[in-house]
Design a protein around this ligand. Structure first.
Ligand SMILES: [Zn+2]
Length: 69
């Protein structure tokens, strides 16, 4: 099943429960708040922090901002 906007609304980052964004470049979901990229395998998002890739921190934004609960 492809990642639809409706499905994307149901998904949240397992760490901060924030919104996820689809990476345009490759099948993956990005949590900008955590700076993590969750891979999508066989159309299934792998929302496991231990499987996520750390993104380069956005320019200027500190990596230590606590997630909003
Ligand atoms: Zn997050």
């Amino acid at each position: 099943m492809p990642i639809t906007p409706e499905l994307l609304e149901l998904l949240a980052c397992p760490l901060c429960h924030g919104d996820l964004h689809v990476d345009e470049a490759r099948p993956a979901l990005i949590c900008p708040a955590c700076g993590l990229l969750y891979p999508i395998k066989d159309d299934i998002p792998i929302l496991l922090p231990e499987q996520a890739e750390r993104l380069q921190p956005a320019n200027g934004s500190p990596d230590t901002t606590p997630p909003a609960a």
